[in-house]
Design a protein around this ligand. Structure first.
Ligand code: FE
Length: 229
């Protein structure tokens, strides 16, 4: 079996939120699909170990914010590589409480949906939550982020508890400059690409990065990076 075939499936990139009252959380998901038109019905697959899974199970609702292509890596990293058990991921984020009582992230989003769960299916490590659309709004005309764009252009990575995670071999560089990989989130600093979102020009060697530069995905410091062989 060639697991690389799985890379040919197209996805979007979303912030999925749930919870009510003072227990709110959000996480990155790429597995949102519309499964029926009448009534409009959406589904999302969430890892059973995630806090969002617990909150959807308790509240019976979830919201989906469709990320814009302009969403910075640090914003995605906040929702994708941190646990809501350790940190309040919605602090400092522009969001509102929707009709369902669940938070809706408005920042870096082109549209959002609110969903009331009416079916759920256990699938190994994940639960597929399916429900009826109760609210939806278009927020901007920006291009939505695809998963391919996130990987190829934004150089983003996939946490190990995502359904689409495939163990990646470290990719051999075309450039001769040494690449370094974040030991927390697997982000690779490639001197050929630099880190333009944070003012680091393409062609900047690892040694020339300022000492206070940190991982654009997860915020880990420079000393948590390791050489890519
Ligand atoms: Fe990182």
């Amino acid at each position: 079996m060639d697991a690389a075939a799985l890379y040919s499936i197209s996805y979007g990139l979303y912030v999925v939120c749930s919870g009510t009252g003072d227990k709110l959380n959000g996480q990155i998901a790429n597995t949102v699909i519309q499964v029926s038109a009448h009534p409009p019905t959406l589904s999302v697959c969430i890892n059973k170990e995630n806090l969002t899974h617990k909150l959807i199970t308790q509240s019976g609702v979830f919201t989906v914010s469709v990320l814009s292509q302009n969403a910075p890596l640090s914003f995605i990293g906040n929702f994708g590589f941190k646990s809501g058990r350790d940190t309040s991921k919605l602090d400092g984020i522009n969001y509102k409480i929707g009709q369902t009582g669940a938070p809706v992230v408005l920042e870096n989003a082109v549209a959002y949906f609110e969903v009331k769960v009416n079916h759920q299916t256990e699938v190994a490590t994940h639960t597929d939550f399916i429900g009826e659309l109760v609210a939806a709004e278009v927020l901007t005309k920006d291009e939505p982020m695809t998963y391919a764009y996130y990987h190829k252009v934004k150089k983003g990575t996939t946490p190990k508890n995502a359904p689409s995670y495939v163990e990646e071999k470290k990719i051999e560089g075309v450039s001769k400059m040494q690449k370094y990989q974040c030991s927390v989130c697997d982000y690779i600093y490639d001197p050929a690409a630099g880190d333009p979102e944070n003012g680091v020009a393409a062609g900047t060697a690892w040694e020339d990065l300022p000492e206070d530069w940190d991982c654009p995905m997860c915020g880990a410091s420079k000393d948590e990076f390791e050489k890519v062989d």
